[in-house]
Design a protein around this ligand. Structure first.
Ligand code: NAD
Length: 479
């Protein structure tokens, strides 16, 4: 059985209670973790608080060396971690390997920044005094992650936190704890002092509140649903604990009449169907100009049918595994049914697959919808599965207005050869990211984070590091 890492020790819970982890393709149990309780949260936060002064005082060059060693160990553990991830999540093994490799890359990126933290010299009116600013770690970080990209999303929090001199308590989603726990064991084997990195397992509703409202937690770094984010923000208010919230999205893609349709349809398919559509940054609503609408929809539907083969996550030709849970599939099915009831046409997918061993898992095919009314659920809600509505618009003004008509503001994209259109979209789309003629991939170097109800605070880039640092002013007067 996997365990929790608390204060440098691998431990279970006192009660011995466990959570079974299942493979969404077969519903078989693939592992178990301790079902953490309040005492475990307290022990983990206390260990992190105890380790904080020492880690904060550790020279940046030493923090960087440990993080580079952690990256090396993570590279070595990629195959083992990826296998666990594919089993517990349902994503194809090749995609799980990419994700595991990203943890090592993220460690390397932030290791490179750990010894480059510095402040400013600020002259004051009084010549006998001057000011400086120093950047101090914010303290103990509670990192809470979802199940859709368990590894990249913990790395996005752990790596800048470690570089900044913070200590961390990580709580992964209860349905995907195994790969995270194994990765953390590989990373902590680099020799971080006890208590710098801790994990607790358990359901959000049972231990999440305790972690967020623990008085020794100084920052909550959360990724998950917007509704959970709102609850966390309210809970964090109790101790004025700072939060960064990476929440849901309903990213628009605009396809202008001068776009390269082959490229745009390929990007739309990857953007929507990768990870079986269970991605925060994903093409969730498409707005295509009238002149190229037919051609675009035909190509996208063809790709959905021919290129996104469903299958077992360990089969070499699988492009999409099952959805992660029964609930997840039921949700997507009901969103598609709602659109169809309101008059939408199904251009591809739209029905559970049968045979080929697909009856047991939570499989759902790549689905493309046309003639979708704007008040249907696929237009107004986040769709966290492989289904996409395509809307026809007359021009860029209409596309931008419709694209912005959502509570979300995470990613967005436009396909056009006209730089003026691209620039206007980049300026006017209400989102934390806009891609022009490119697929929706986040980069280590570029700050990433949402606006509106997609949250606030950045991950990736030097901006992510700032989220784990406090700027402190100091006045020095001659003695
Ligand atoms: P979720 O909100 O249900 O759970 C996320 C994490 O929060 C889990 O670890 C869960 O146990 C925990 N949690 C639940 N209730 C809690 C509480 N009261 N207090 C503290 N923790 C609690 O999200 P999910 O369904 O696992 O993930 C899917 C969602 O995440 C989607 O909406 C997706 O768009 C979003 N997401 C956003 C980003 C981003 O970067 N913006 C990235 C990936 C996923």
């Amino acid at each position: 059985m996997a365990q929790m890492l608390i204060g440098g020790e691998l431990v279970g819970t006192r009660s011995g209670a466990t959570i079974k982890v299942r493979n969404p393709a077969s519903w078989e149990v693939v592992g178990e973790v301790p079902r953490g309780a309040g005492a475990d949260v307290d022990a983990a936060v206390t260990a992190a608080a105890k380790a904080l002064p020492g880690w904060a005082a550790t020279p940046g060059t030493k923090r960087a060396r440990l993080m580079h060693e952690a990256a090396r160990r993570m590279h070595e553990a990629v195959d083992e971690v990826a296998k666990l991830l594919a089993q517990e999540h349902g994503k194809p093994l090749a995609h799980a390997k990419l994700e595991a490799g990203r943890v090592a890359e993220n460690l390397e990126y932030f290791a490179g920044l750990a010894d480059k933290l510095r402040g400013d010299y600020i002259p004051l009116d009084d010549p006998a005094k001057f000011g400086i600013t120093m950047r101090r770690p914010v303290g103990v970080v509670a990192a809470i992650t979802p199940w859709n990209f368990p590894l990249t999303l913990f790395a996005n929090k752990l790596c800048p936190a470690l570089a900044a001199g913070c200590t961390v308590v990580l709580k992964p989603a209860s349905t995907t704890p195994l790969a995270t726990q194994r990765a953390i064991e590989a990373i902590s084997g680099a020799g971080f002092p006890a208590g710098v990195i801790n994990t607790v397992h358990g359901s959000g509703s049972e231990i999440g509140d305790l972690l967020v409202s623990h008085p020794r937690v100084n920052k909550v770094a959360f990724t998950g649903q917007t509704e959970t984010g709102k609850r966390i923000m309210a809970l964090a208010a109790k101790n004025v604990t700072r939060v960064t919230l990476e929440l849901g999205g309903s990213d628009p893609m605009i396809v202008a009449d001068d776009a390269d349709i082959r490229r745009a349809s390929a990007a739309a398919a990857i953007g929507r169907f990768f990870n079986a559509g269970q991605a925060c940054l994903a093409v969730k609503r498409i707005f295509v100009f009238e002149k190229v609408a037919e051609e675009f929809m035909t190509k996208l539907a063809e790709r959905a049918q021919k290129e996104w083969k469903l299958g077992d996550q360990f089969a070499a030709d699988t492009k999409m595994g099952p959805l992660h849970t029964e609930h997840q599939r039921a949700e997507v099915e009901s969103q598609v049914a709602d659109a169809v009831k309101r008059g939408a046409r199904v251009l591809a997918g739209g029905e559970r697959p049968k045979g080929d061993g697909l009856d047991r898992g939570w499989y759902y095919p790549a689905t493309v919808l046309a003639d979708v009314p704007y008040d249907s659920r696929v237009a107004t809600e986040e769709v966290f599965g492989p289904a996409v509505p395509v809307f026809i618009v007359k021009d860029l003004d209409e596309a931008i207005a419709k694209a912005n008509a959502t509570v979300y503001g995470l990613g967005s994209s436009i396909f056009t050869k006209d730089m003026a259109k691209a620039r206007r979209a980049a300026e006017q789309l209400e989102a934390g990211y806009t891609w022009v003629n490119d697929i929706q991939v986040a980069y280590d170097q570029l700050p990433f984070g949402g606006t509106k109800q997609s949250g606030f605070g950045k991950e990736h880039g030097v901006e992510a590091l700032e989220g784990y640092l406090e700027k402190k002013s100091v006045v020095l007067a001659s003695g």
